[in-house]
Design a protein around this ligand. Sequence first.
Ligand code: AMP
Ligand code: GLY
Length: 424
Amino acid sequence: MKVLIVGGGGREHAITWAVAKSPRVDKIYAAPGNAGIAELAECVDISAMDSEKLVAFAKEKEIDFVVVGPDDPLAAGVADAFLDAGFKTFGPRKNAAIIEASKAFSKDLMKKYNIPSAAYETFTDADEAMKYLETIDAPYVLKADGLALGKGVLICQTLEEAKEGIKEMMIDSKFGSAGNKVVIEEFMTGREVSVLCFSDGKTIRPMTSAQDHKRAGDGDTGLNTGGMGTFSPSPFYTKDIDEFCFKNIYQPTIDAMAAEGRPFKGVLYCGLMLTPNGPKVVEYNARFGDPEAQVVIPRLKNDIMDVFEACADGTLDQIELEFEDNAAVCVMLASDGYPVSYEKGFEMKGLENFKDKDGYFAFHSGSKFNDEGKIVTNGGRVIGITALGKDLFEARANAYKATEWVDFENKYMRHDIGKAIDEQ
Ligand code: AMP
Ligand code: GLY
């Protein structure tokens, strides 16, 4: 079968790697893909947002199955365009992707269906928001309603800071229209864990757990990023917690979306906080996490095409997910200065070191071929180095060893990915 993968980041590279392993797949196209994906798929220069061109391409190549990876195209209805044109597609429709695209929608949904999450209020008026801040205690959690590349959340320690935050979001439009509406939320404490779940709109199958490191600097300092590294599984996500979450969070969310006439088919990413009062939802995403996909997908034993098809066909109840009894760690190599400003276009050296090395992966996030055909850096996050190990300690040592195999000017990484496992 012929598969088209929409997107061009590390998540899509991991997805492409898994799709390429499927014996049922003969040909993979990626739009737009990247220099790493190009080893496994034919990359076509079409933006992930251009549904008209994407659908025309899929028709021309008689594509059998489409996978839409990133959040922006899903929120914009790219999966709808393929589905409406008759293509089997993995990824939620726009009316379900709203669970990620609007924080106000997801908070209202959780409240209506009693899904555990932080208490909150929603505001469209800056004065009202400022007045409300005066009635609550620090720390203040402010969230821009719309998609803001993972950067639309501010945690403020003082009232002044919080008021400044409201001004930036609602008056100065720092996050564009994403900040027209703002959610102010109760501050939660605890460990964070990400659980990505497959769903066909009725059945939900959670994958193995993972933990992200969102801040740019060691010791969780600096700005929020898209994610600087991940590990899987989380040793803090126990069987009891999993059972609680299945019963109180995962299945109720899928049932709630169905009840609202917004059946969710794709990956529902549940960002959880393990608070002293039990697990609560921090956020939902409507897709694989990036770089969570880079540690979860390499541990999946199933043929990923079987799972994708079952989600599209509504037969996920017939699939049991299986994961290797091992661990994975991903360390993101970024361009120094990310997420604010950075240079790109530097040649990447040493990629051949990953050839034929079992258990080591170099998933490209931002790379491209330059005019001379050399692979150069092309983004803030450049390449996610993932390694497997029998346990988290071995996986972490392997991943850090492998970060030395690749080099480029302005290479930057965190040195404490997976540090939490020392505390288990
Ligand atoms: P989000 O984009 O909603 O996942 O938020 C980004 C990060 O902000 C999360 O990964 C948490 O570390 C933090 N965060 C979000 N909401 C809360 C909250 N209510 N209490 C404490 N921390 C939060
Ligand atoms: N790594 C966080 C995310 O994909 O949203």
